[in-house]
Design a protein around this ligand. Structure first.
Ligand SMILES: Cc1cc2nc3c(=O)[nH]c(=O)nc-3n(C[C@H](O)[C@H](O)[C@H](O)COP(=O)(O)O)c2cc1C
Length: 166
């Protein structure tokens, strides 16, 4: 299976998570790319996309995702399975925690993609998030700033669930 892991990361937290996630898919043809150095069409041609985004400036997508999200309008992701992971800070930004995840989700669903890897919101303390869809995270929610000790286990469990879903 051809898997594309794409991330945007300002201080390296989402990048580190992307590398950890890729280790869990090493049996596949898996590439990890920074969205700051891709064209929108580079997202195409994969069986499974894993998309990583952090949230910045109180509810904004990470810088390198901003233009890409606009360019994704009208793109065709029919038949493409995708999963999203995010980095955020639930204590610092409880009203916009992981909003970036929701922004990516919206574009992929609009393009006809099929979302995998929803997870429970239990164990997080926040008020509002665009990344919460029907009471669940629309992917994997990571918080390096407050719950960094949980990251490895969260990634491992998520990747196991993705393998089962695929
Ligand atoms: C100025 C600033 C604004 C931020 N705004 C948000 C936010 O609105 N929501 C959120 O969940 N996290 C927010 N964060 C936290 C970052 O998303 C978090 O530190 C994340 O781990 C950064 O990941 P990155 O290094 O991969 O970009 C903010 C951080 C800073 C410094």
């Amino acid at each position: 299976m051809k898997i594309g892991i794409f991330y945007g990361s300002s201080t390296g937290n989402t990048e580190t998570a992307a590398e950890l996630i890729s280790e869990n898919f090493s049996e596949h043809d898996c590439s990890v790319q920074d969205v700051s150095s891709i064209e929108p069409d580079d997202l195409l041609g994969y069986d499974f996309l894993i998309l990583g985004i952090s949230t910045w400036y109180v509810g904004e997508a990470q810088d390198d995702w901003i233009d890409l999200l606009e360019d994704m309008d009208g793109m065709d992701f029919n038949g493409v399975k995708f999963a999203i992971f995010g980095q955020g800070d639930q204590l610092g930004y409880p009203d916009t925690f992981q909003d970036g995840m929701g922004m990516v989700y919206e574009k992929m669903i609009a393009g006809g993609g099929e979302a995998l890897g929803f997870t429970s919101t239990e164990g997080y303390d926040y008020d509002e998030s665009k990344g919460e869809i029907d009471g669940q995270w629309c992917g994997l929610s990571l918080d390096e700033d407050n719950q960094g000790e949980m990251t490895d286990e969260r990634i491992e469990n998520w990747c196991k669930a993705l393998h089962a879903e695929l």
